[in-house]
Write a protein that binds this ligand. Structure first.
Ligand SMILES: Cc1ncc(C[n+]2csc(CCOP(=O)(O)OP(=O)(O)O)c2C)c(N)n1
Ligand code: SF4
Ligand SMILES: [Mg+2]
Length: 283
């Protein structure tokens, strides 16, 4: 029997939003996978990016703003048969969810994290996010960071991420390649996707990214962490896109095999008496 196709629903995004290209590309990538829709869970927090999960015919889970990663990790641990993909925003992932970002990277559960990075809070109408540009005279009327701008790729590398990539919603072929590689990577995989917010970010526009993004060339060795750190620190006139870093490292499943054997945790039989004993131990 043919695998059922992943399809999309009508969206509520502004015309021209970079999220459309991400939705279309992700749907195409999911259709290339052997995994059927009922075995894919799309997880998000709150925001324009997080709506992506409601627009594709797969399972979806909407957590609180900033709380997508712990929900995604829990889903994967409970049922290892599922492919778990997070789609959520820069504010959600790096701001309110910043602590989860760090510690889920360290845990290395096999989940994929697509951050739709429009360098702004889109849903709440244009406040600065951790990745907004630093304030300067050009930014008088725009959202900008009075403090330091957060560098997600550098932080991910420092926290021990084993797959760190950047892409751009304006280059669908590149984005599809990054998405497919991230989904296939065993362990936590981050793709920071530059995504114009046409309504509220008048600085980091489609043209701004188009002029600056530059695919990594063949000389870049993605197993060289120092080279990856150097590339992660480039974000200005040139913005490197591609797989900055990838390494095969034991995942959470490798370290806790009793949770990931042939029977997923959700299907394991727990006798009523064991539950009663556990509850009684707290009384
Ligand atoms: C716990 C909590 N804090 C704050 C909010 C308000 N809020 C909703 S979306 C959002 C920011 C969204 O920005 P981002 O995550 O970058 O997503 P985007 O809309 O830009 O795609 C905020 C602050 C909320 N809904 N819940
Ligand atoms: S506000 Fe920005 S991020 Fe949200 S739908 Fe409109 S263009 Fe997209
Ligand atoms: Mg955002």
């Amino acid at each position: 029997m043919n695998k059922p196709a992943f399809t999309t629903y009508d969206t509520a995004w502004c015309p021209g939003c970079g999220n459309f290209a991400i939705l279309e590309t992700l749907t195409g990538v999911l259709n290339q996978l052997a995994t059927p829709p009922h075995q894919v869970v799309l997880v998000g927090g709150i925001g324009q990016a997080a709506k992506t999960n409601q627009y594709i015919t797969a399972n979806g889970f909407s957590g609180l703003h900033g709380r997508s990663l712990p929900a995604a990790a829990a889903i994967k641990i409970a049922n290892n048969d599922l492919t778990v993909i997070v789609n959520t925003g820069d504010g959600d992932s790096y701001g309110e969810g910043g602590n989860h970002f760090l510690h889920n990277i360290r845990r290395n559960v096999d989940i994929t994290h697509f951050v739709h990075d429009n360098q702004i809070y889109g849903l709440t109408k244009g406040q600065p996010s951790p990745t907004s540009d630093p304030c300067d005279p050009l930014h008088k009327a725009a959202a900008c960071n009075m403090g330091a701008t957060f560098n997600p790729l550098l932080v991910a590398l420092a926290a021990g991420a084993t797959f760190v990539a950047r892409s751009f919603s304006g280059d669908k072929k590149h984005l599809a390649d990054m998405m497919a590689a991230a989904i296939k990577h065993p362990g936590y995989a981050l793709v920071d996707i530059l995504q114009p917010c046409v309504s509220f970010n008048k600085i980091n526009t489609f043209a701004y990214y188009k002029q600056r993004v530059k695919p990594l060339d063949d000389r870049h060795d993605p197993t060289n962490k120092l080279a990856a750190i150097e590339k992660a620190m480039e974000f200005g006139d040139t913005i490197p896109i591609g797989i900055l870093y990838q390494q095969a490292t034991p995942t959470y499943a490798d370290k806790r095999p009793e949770l990931f054997d042939n029977i997923p945790l959700v299907d394991k039989h727990v006798p009523q008496s064991a539950i009663e004993t556990l509850i009684k131990s707290y009384i």
